[in-house]
Design a protein around this ligand. Sequence first.
Ligand SMILES: NC(=O)c1ccc[n+]([C@@H]2O[C@H](COP(=O)([O-])OP(=O)(O)OC[C@H]3O[C@@H](n4cnc5c(N)ncnc54)[C@H](O)[C@@H]3O)[C@@H](O)[C@H]2O)c1
Length: 273
Amino acid sequence: MKTVVITGSARGLGFEMAKVFLNNNVNVVISDVNEENLKKAKENLESISKNASVEACKCNVTNTEDIENLIKFAKEKFSKIDIWINNAGVNQPEKAIWELTEEEINIILDVDLKGTINATRLIMKEMEAQKSGAIYNVEGYGSNDAMMLGLSIYGTAKRGITYFTQALAKENETRNTGVIVGRLSPGIMITDFLVNAVGDKEKIVLSEKTKKVYNILGDYPDVIAKHMVENMLSNTKNDVHIEWLTNRKAAWRFMTSSFNKRDFFKTLGDGKE
Ligand SMILES: NC(=O)c1ccc[n+]([C@@H]2O[C@H](COP(=O)([O-])OP(=O)(O)OC[C@H]3O[C@@H](n4cnc5c(N)ncnc54)[C@H](O)[C@@H]3O)[C@@H](O)[C@H]2O)c1
């Protein structure tokens, strides 16, 4: 049985991907900086797991010791790590670059960019030694060079993730490591992420215009997780790009939006207290 480790998986996309992996008989190690949510997530996943097992390990991806410990924990529980997903991420407060504090910028870059780089550095050593494995990194707004006020530092990090993952794929090929690498592009997901910034420390109040776009293009993370996991499980190629919201799908959503009214924000809220 295969084993997957997912960072930032106490909720949102990471949690939903854990569910789909379990249902496909893959052992799962969930991890998160939020211990309370992690405990709840583990209980929830245990109640649905049949053949595969779930384990949970606290890990703040900005802390090297935590990542080393997560790798050790997963190997102790399941002996080998087959898939590693760098999913942990934080959103940016809706501010211009110069309105952000140094601390806010550091959190975004440390979690969204450096966390993935450092975790990759450490898991690559393991996977190179075992001559197999797959690493997937989660892209986001900015990965495709899109720009807008309020997402510039997040976009800088995610644009960095795209370059980094492509460079990593090339290095794996050059060194013939046997490890494959890919990018997951989830589009817009209706999760807590949309209304919380810098690790839930700040609220984002969504404008009516933004909500309208999210209602047209967004989807709940369970639907997106299914697409991502099925593609990861069938993938054998290096440097893949697994995309949910393709340009074609986005254009279709806009074209059909007047027949397809959705309001995700009744349940999610819109960031207002
Ligand atoms: N929601 C979207 O519209 C959207 C769109 C594109 C990409 N993404 C990306 O998808 C990924 C998952 O997003 P989501 O919507 O499920 O978000 P979410 O906020 O629902 O979940 C993110 C999880 O990461 C955890 N986390 C935050 N900082 C961490 C740290 N330092 N160490 C470990 N865990 C940490 C949080 O506690 C949370 O459980 C992120 O990388 C995000 O950038 C999200």
